[in-house]
Design a protein around this ligand. Structure first.
Ligand code: ATP
Length: 274
């Protein structure tokens, strides 16, 4: 999902996240802008990384979880071949409900922050993370792992692997952008007319976007208005719906308990002598 500053990216993300919050889906966040965007949703997040170092620790367990799920599908395929109990599936959705792992959606806010490097060591870490993200984007779907990658721009200038990662993302949403090149990054490989439609979005209409996918189909969409306070409240109210994903247990964000409204003293004191 792309868009210039104030084009409506946060509003879109908020809607998507709260929409999923009510469903049995594990939500995972990487927000290297210190978590300012995703931290308000922390109560409903199964994992949150707010620094590149944390993101680098979070991605390997996600890749491992994906591989374990492939093993699970493979093991289940081998049961009772040729009998009515045989299970023919190549993704988690064909597994019996009680054996099916919960889908995981990974939100990455401001992807450029993940690509930024200052030192040689950071460059190595970045390359590893990008490779892991490409694997998740390429193979994750069958294992019920999905990526929502957000940014102002998402092109080759971000660094090695950026366009390869982008090519794996099959659904695209482009809000108002500052130049045609940015719209092309989002939609150019999907439909040229969609690029023109994205360039025609007026600044007075934040939340208006062009959504398309690799089938070539696209349409104009408008995100409904949803305040941050309401979105955060939904995440608190649905916190108990976060599925248990043991691989992510270490990454669950700390959420301070809500202050309870003062209910007055339990006992009133009276002077011993009147
Ligand atoms: N669908 C909408 N309806 C009404 N107002 C909207 C809508 N979407 C966004 N806005 C308003 O437009 C402004 C910018 O939206 P938002 O913060 O989502 O943009 P952004 O692209 O995330 O900006 P930034 O990159 O600066 O974080 C906000 O004041 C928001 O309330």
């Amino acid at each position: 999902m792309l868009g210039a500053t104030l084009s409506g990216k946060s509003m879109y993300l908020r809607n998507l996240l709260t929409g999923l919050a009510a469903q049995p889906v594990a939500l995972v966040g990487i927000d290297c802008k210190r978590g300012v965007e995703l931290a308000p949703f922390a109560p409903r997040l199964s994992a949150l990384a707010t620094e590149p170092d944390q993101a680098a620790e979070l991605l390997p367990p996600l890749v491992k979880e994906m591989e374990d799920r492939y093993d699970l599908i493979k093991a289940r395929q081998g049961i009772a071949p040729g009998t009515p109990e045989e299970l023919i599936t190549s993704d988690i959705w064909g597994l019996p409900e009680d054996e099916r792992p919960a889908p995981i959606v990974l939100f990455i806010d401001e992807v450029a922050e993940l690509f930024l490097v200052a030192t040689r060591k950071e460059e190595e870490r970045r390359d590893e993370m990008v490779t892991q993200l490409i694997r998740l984007a390429q193979l994750g779907r069958a294992a019920g792992l999905y990526l929502e990658v957000c940014g102002q721009r998402f092109g080759a200038e971000l660094g090695k692997g950026a366009t390869m990662l982008r090519a794996q993302l099959t659904g695209r949403v482009c809000h108002r952008v500052n130049d045609e090149a940015s719209a092309k990054m989002a939609l150019g490989d999907i439909a040229p007319e969609a690029v023109l439609a994205a360039c025609a979005i007026a600044p007075e209409l934040p939340g208006l976007a062009v959504a398309g996918d690799t089938s070539g189909g696209w349409s104009r969409i408008r995100t409904p208005y949803l305040s941050l306070a309401d979105a955060a409240a939904t995440c608190r109210a649905t916190a108990h719906l976060a599925p248990d994903v043991p691989a992510l247990a270490l990454f669950r964000p700390y959420v301070p308990p809500m202050p309870v409204e003062a209910s007055g003293p339990l006992a009133t004191t009276h002077p011993a002598t009147e």
